[in-house]
Write a protein that binds this ligand. Structure first.
Ligand code: UGA
Length: 436
């Protein structure tokens, strides 16, 4: 099938490449000419595991190309996926202006198109948006939904870093449609995927995405709350969750205690769901708690540090990991920011290190020094906090901490095993009672 994809962020590009790999002819559209040129040169503008190789494969097979010409891409395709960003507004609700702009462009193209065309929203939008905001814009073309064009909503469940794998091997595919005809077209696109397909209406599809992300965020905050009780009682929360997670009704994923969830999705989506609830007069005790536990968690790591070091004034503290998780340069909603702000407030001298995130992080805050390597960052530090789970941090060994003045290690992602570390190191693992 001929498909156009508007927006070449990690969702749009990964979906485009994945669909092209499945044999479709894909045109990726972006306003950024530099990105478009890179894609046509088989150079992904973002890093995702396996993306470069697969992009090269689909570009050289003539299955994928990129353009800045939205109009032509729609005239040349049968289905258009909208994959643009939907950031948070100040009140937590979703800014859908990029989705609406994409719909306006599509509407212009529909005016000139005689063939039936399906428009499908992949961007995360709150229930009612596709029908309430996208549809009226498309109908301004003078064309009618159902007769002249179809409308769908197909949420993505892609984790940054492993997005291509998540796209090619999904747990389920959710296809919301205005009518049977729209759904059938979208189902056909996915016919080679083995995953179960949920065929539903537009607003249910939109809600499935929010309810999924909010539940995953709830699991994390739940694990973080249990971890605090475990710390007080000398119990290891990771062992507890291993036991809990074996129950197939619960499952072990996303029960890792740490310094909270960040990224471009969970914080934004939970806030958006809460804003939507408020709009419709529903109280959200669970969602409120999920967010407040998450706000406290990075500060809790500093409390743990202070229990060991006392006052932090004038002390050099190294923060290892500045991005919201390992494997990405993305610093959106990273827990490193509230953590470092608190350290600075306490008068500490903060040195940060991240394999890929230092440039982006330096735009968020001024008072942090950055070091080129772990060794420099740790040199003469009184303590370090491991904030994210880069593989480089997972392989840290006792000798790596040799240059520290005081060998206090707060493992806020539980990626080191204290049994492998020398006795000289004071290891404080989040959600773990004192080491015996
Ligand atoms: C998340 C979801 O996992 C995807 O399914 C979804 O499609 C995506 O949001 C989205 O809405 O677009 P992502 O934000 O890339 O993906 O990152 P995750 O791997 O889910 O991690 C989110 C945050 O939770 C990270 O800060 C991570 O460190 C934290 N986390 C995750 C924990 O603290 N504990 C866990 O057990 C798991």
């Amino acid at each position: 099938m001929k498909i156009s994809v508007i927006g070449t962020g990690y969702v749009g590009l990964v979906s485009g490449v994945g669909l092209a790999h499945h044999g479709h002819k894909v045109i990726c559209v972006d306003i950024d000419e530099e990105k478009v040129n890179k894609i046509n040169d088989s150079e992904p503008p973002i890093y995702e595991e396996g993306l470069e190789e697969m992009l090269e494969e689909v570009v050289s097979d003539g299955k994928l190309s990129a353009t800045t010409d939205t109009l032509q891409s729609i005239l040349d395709s049968e289905v258009t996926f909208i994959c643009v960003g939907t950031p948070s507004k100040r009140d937590g609700s979703v800014d859908t202006s990029a989705v609406e702009n994409a719909a306006k462009d599509i509407s212009q193209a529909l005016k000139e198109k005689d063939d039936y065309h399906v428009v499908c929203v992949k961007s995360t939008v709150t229930p009612g948006t596709t029908e309430g905001k996208v549809l009226p814009i498309l109908e301004k073309s003078g064309k009618r939904v159902g007769d002249d064009f179809g409308l769908g909503m197909n949420p993505e469940f892609l984790r940054e870093g492993v997005a291509l794998n998540d796209f090619l091997d999904p747990d389920r595919i959710v296809i919301g449609g205005w009518d049977e005809k729209s759904r059938n077209k979208l189902e056909k696109i996915h016919e080679d995927f083995g995953a179960p397909k949920i065929m539903t209406d537009l607003r249910t599809a939109e809600m499935i995405k929010y309810a999924s992300n909010a539940l995953l965020a709830t699991k994390i905050s739940y694990a973080n709350e249990i971890s605090k009780i475990c710390e007080k009682k000398g119990i290891d929360v990771y062992e507890v969750m291993d036991g809990v997670g074996l129950d197939h009704r619960i499952n072990r994923d996303f029960l890792n205690a740490g310094c909270g969830f960040g990224g471009s999705c969970f914080p934004k989506d939970v806030k958006a769901l809460r804003a939507l609830a408020k709009e419709v007069g529903v109280t959200t005790r669970i969602l409120d708690a999920v967010l407040s536990v998450n706000d406290e968690q990075p500060l809790h790591t500093i409390e743990l540090l202070k229990e060991e070091l006392g006052e932090l004034k004038g002390k050099k503290i190294a923060v290892l990991g500045l991005t919201f998780k390992g494997g990405t340069d993305d610093v959106r909603e990273t827990r490193a920011l509230p953590m470092i702000e608190k350290l600075l407030k306490e008068g500490a001298e903060v040195v940060g290190y991240d394999p890929k995130g230092m440039e982006n992080f330096s735009e968020l805050i001024d008072e942090v020094e950055f070091d080129k390597g772990i060794k420099d960052a740790l040199d003469s530090a009184e303590a370090c906090i491991i904030q994210n789970d880069w593989s480089e941090f997972r392989s840290l060994e006792s000798e790596d901490f040799d240059g520290m003045k005081n060998k206090v290690v707060v493992d806020a992602r539980r990626i080191l095993d204290p049994k492998d570390l020398s006795e000289e190191i004071t290891y404080i693992g989040i959600g773990k009672g004192p080491v015996d």
